[in-house]
Each structure stands twice: as C-alpha cells, then as structure tokens.
Design a protein around this ligand. Structure first.
Ligand SMILES: Cc1cc2nc3c(=O)[nH]c(=O)nc-3n(C[C@H](O)[C@H](O)[C@H](O)COP(=O)(O)OP(=O)(O)OC[C@H]3O[C@@H](n4cnc5c(N)ncnc54)[C@H](O)[C@@H]3O)c2cc1C
Length: 473
C-alpha cells in the first residue's frame, strides 16, 4: 500500500498552482452593510468570469463579489488546468443530454474558448497557456481498436486528429502500458495554470473594471425583499442588491434546487519536482513536438500533463471519492491514502522514474457533479437570483460559458442561448442519502469493473445508460 511513500514523504499539502510568489494579498472582509446592483457569491472561475462579462455588457453596473476564503481556493485554483473546447462534457454526453443541439453547442464552445483566450491576451494575463491539444491513451488492445475507429470517423469528418500506433505513441511518451494514442488538435484546447487565471481576473476586476471584492466573507442566507430587491446575509454585514448570482459550485447551498442538482466529488492530485533532461529522456515526454496533454481512455481515467518547468501533474484514477452526506470538510483535502494510491498508479505507468523522481505537492479539490455531467443553470425570484453550477470535471473553459448563461438570466443582454435546452431543461435531482451514496458507490465499482473488462459495461451501467445517466469520460 505504501510502496511509494518515499517519493511522497516531503510533498507539501498545497496545490502546485498556489505559488506564494504570485499569490495576491487577500482583499479585506466585509465589515459593514453594503449596497450594489449585482452581488456575485463565489470567487472561482464562474464568479470571476460573470463579473468580467457583466461589466463588458453593462460597464456602469455596480458589482460586488464575495468569496468565503480567498479567490482561487475552490476547484478553480486546484484543477488540472486542461482547457477544452467542450461546454457540455464532450460529444457523447452532448448528444445524450441535448438532442438536436450538438452543432450549436459545439460552435458556442469554440466561441467561448476563443473569447476566453482573447480576454486573457487583452488584459495581459499570462496563464501559461500551451495549445497542446488533448491526447487519449489506449491501455488495452480492445480500446486501441475502438479508438482507431474513432480516429477514422474524426478524420473523415475533417477534424484535425493524429493517430499513434503502439510504437509511435511510445516514442512520444514512453510507457509499456500504452497500446495507442489519439490526439485531437484544434489549435485551441490545451493547458493553463488555473490559479494565474483566477488571480489575473481578480486584478482586472479590482484595478480596471471597478468591481469591489470582499474575501473571507461567507454568505449565510439570501432572500428576496419586496418586489425588486435581494438581501444577502453575510458574515460581516448585509448586502442589499437588485440581483444575486450564486457561483458556489460544489459547496452546500441554502437553495434547494442547487443543493439537489450537484454532489461534491473529491478529486486528488500530485505533482513532481521538475524533471531533468535525463529523466525526460527515459519517458520521451516533454520534448518539442511531444508536449502532450494526456488522459487514459478508461472510465476511472488519469489525467496528466507537463508544466512549463517540466513537472508532471497527475490526478484522477481510483482516488476519486464521494464522501457520505456531501462531505466537504477541509480536512478531506489531506488524504494520504488517496495520494499514495496516485503515486502508486504513477509509477505503475512510468516505472523508469521509480526511485528517481519525488513529488513536491499533493492536494485535493471538489468537483461539482450533476446528473447530466455539465452545467446546471437556474433562475428564480423573477429573474433576481441566478446560478450556474455542476461542470463535473470539465469546467475550466465551460465555467466562462456558465457565467454567461447566469448573467443573461439576470437580464444582462439575454441572447438565444437562454432558450436552449441546456438552460430550459431541468437536470434530474440526486436522490437523498443513503440512496445517493449507494448509487455513487455502485457506479464507481461498476466503472472499475468495466475498465478491468476492456471497457465492457455491466448491467448497472447499461441501466444508467438507458436513463441517460451513464458516465462517459
Ligand atoms: C482536482 C480537480 C481537477 C479538475 N481538473 C479540471 C481540468 O483539468 N479541466 C477542467 O475543465 N475542469 C477541471 N476541474 C473542474 C473545474 O475546476 C471546475 O469545474 C471549475 O473550477 C468550477 O469553477 P467555479 O467557479 O464554478 O467553482 P469553484 O472554483 O469551486 O468556486 C466556487 C467558490 O465559491 C465559494 N463559495 C461557496 N459557497 C460560498 C458562500 N456561501 N459564500 C461565499 N463564497 C462561497 C467557494 O469558496 C469557492 O471559491 C477540476 C476540478 C478539480 C477539483
């Protein structure tokens, strides 16, 4: 169990991205009652992008953003930094959840990532973006065959894809576990340092767009007041506003519709020290032309990538957990057994690095998982309270789109987007405990079994598939 203890023993319990050299000073907490036009609750991507886009659409809007700890402390500052074009968790999920809207959703996804990147450039935010594309890895001959079919279809459809057979993929990234690789390269998707986006946007909001930010400020309750106002009771004071946007993602919400549509799923990660040239040579990865951003094509998939200074970050796999009754305590970040499991799985894939490479960081973060595996937006109180939550592991770019939906629902230049099924259809609620825990556990075990079976889905997964609830990565 503790086979790789030595490699992990000095790892700091802290996201790699929370670099103290660039982490900004926290803004003061709320100390008295305040008034504004729009109150945004949550200082992750959704909240930050909502403030930016609301200001772009209504430059005079008076906006306050509050965050219970510090900006970038949620999933937005803890993720893998995979920046994809999808806003609805990939093609298969899009077709299953929103029939007839695939083309429109794909076009919106491309528009969203393009605008995201343009905004970063316009404000001079260096997010360490690399347009690496995304490479899927087959870990068995059966999966390699399926992936080859996928490659042929994609090539036929004119998509920019590259196929690597067993020899070719091992020349790109050397692991004896790889049978093939399929790279999707659309010139947009790639990797970023996510905390740099959070803190870059925070700076823009404070110093260029005139948004007030209070950190260390938790909202306790929100309610409508009269026919036009909202009141948010927060630690430190009451905020009176015309509108409220909840960008609280996986965190427990006082609004039942939000609470029932997402569950918090913990995902853990580890990061190595920068690899030397000799170590890179052993795995063939990271050289010009082979800076792939990788995930294995399994249900319980690992996602792994390089950083600018040639570290590897590694997450996902069997370490993903839902804790009974929505456990979100901060102590759950410190999960030595989960981190050990990740380290073991890392060296199973790259035994050449065993005894050579150490991990410097380990951390965890909470993914808001919805039953439709993508954003769940909503609005109530006559368009005065809106939200966008539940991106399920694909939120780095999709959260900017979720933010767009939420501000449009609040009346900031609404477009055709809010008439789409993505917005008008309700996501199925999660069942109450203990059913929820049992369903998640059964699904996780079934996914692990399917992976061991070369991807063959058992009865439980087929049943979920029939309900449109089968998890597809
Ligand atoms: C380990 C991990 C890896 C991931 N990897 C990827 C990836 O590689 N690619 C990808 O696309 N997606 C990934 N994701 C998902 C992605 O990070 C999220 O979908 C996205 O960051 C969600 O942004 P958000 O702003 O909605 O939520 P968050 O970043 O979680 O922000 C919500 C914020 O609200 C605050 N808050 C909550 N309640 C209150 C309250 N009552 N008062 C005040 N503040 C409150 C929280 O403190 C938090 O800061 C990953 C997630 C995790 C956890």
């Amino acid at each position: 169990m503790f086979k790789h203890h030595d490699a992990l023993k000095d790892a700091k319990l802290c996201p790699l991205w929370h670099d103290p050299d660039i982490m900004p000073e926290p803004q003061p907490s709320l100390g008295k009652d305040e008034k504004c036009e729009l109150l945004i609750v949550g200082g992750g991507f959704t909240g930050l992008w909502a403030a930016v886009q609301a200001k772009e659409r209504a430059p005079d809007a008076d906006i306050i953003l509050i965050e219970q700890t510090f900006v970038g402390d949620g999933a937005s500052g803890r993720n893998g930094g995979f920046l994809g074009t999808t806003i609805t968790h990939g093609e298969t999920n899009t077709e299953a959840q929103f029939p007839g809207e695939k083309e429109k959703i794909e076009a919106l996804g491309k528009q969203n990532i393009t605008e995201l990147l343009e905004t970063l450039t316009r404000y001079g935010i260096d997010a360490r973006y690399e347009a690496t594309g995304e490479t899927s890895l087959a870990l068995s001959p059966q999966v390699a065959e399926e992936m080859y079919e996928e490659f042929l279809e994609a090539r036929e459809a004119g998509e920019p894809v590259t196929w690597y057979d067993q020899n070719a993929i091992r020349k790109q990234v050397n692991s004896a576990l790889f049978y093939a690789g399929l790279k999707h390269q659309n010139g947009l998707s790639g990797i970023v340092d996510p905390a740099r986006i959070c803190w870059g946007l925070k700076d823009v909001l404070l110093n260029r767009l005139g948004v007030r930010i209070f950190e260390g400020t938790r909202m306790i309750k929100v309610k409508p007041v009269g026919k036009t106002g909202m009141q948010a009771i927060c630690e430190g004071g009451i905020i009176h506003s015309d509108k409220v946007l909840l960008a609280t993602n996986a965190y427990t919400s006082s609004i039942a519709r939000i609470r029932n549509s997402v569950i918090p799923v913990w995902d853990y990660q580890i990061a190595t020290e920068p690899l030397t040239d000799e170590q890179l040579d052993k795995i063939n990865w990271g050289k010009p032309g082979s800076r792939h951003t990788l995930s294995d094509h399994t249900n319980m998939f690992h996602y792994f990538r390089m950083t600018r200074d040639n570290r590897i970050t590694w997450g996902g796999g069997g370490a993903v957990r839902y804790y009974f009754n929505r456990g979100i305590d901060r102590e759950l970040m410190d999960a030595p057994a989960r981190h050990e499991q990740l380290a073991t799985e890392f060296f199973d894939m790259f035994p050449q690095l065993e005894g050579e490479v150490k991990f410097t960081h380990r951390w965890g973060g909470i993914i808001a998982t919805s039953t439709r595996f993508c954003v769940v937006p909503g609005v109530m109180h006559n368009g005065r309270l809106a939200w966008a939550v539940g991106y399920t592991g694909h939120g780095v770019s999709a959260s900017r789109f979720g933010a767009r939906i939420a501000i449009e629902l609040l009346g900031y230049q609404p477009s055709e987007v809010i008439k789409m099924q993505l917005v008008t259809s309700r996501a199925l609620p999660w069942p109450p405990e203990p059913l929820r825990w049992m369903a998640v556990k059964m699904t996780q075990l079934a996914l692990i079994r399917a992976d061991k079976n070369g991807g063959k889905r058992g009865l439980w997964l087929k049943f979920l598939d029939a309900l449109g609830l089968g998890f597809t990565c």
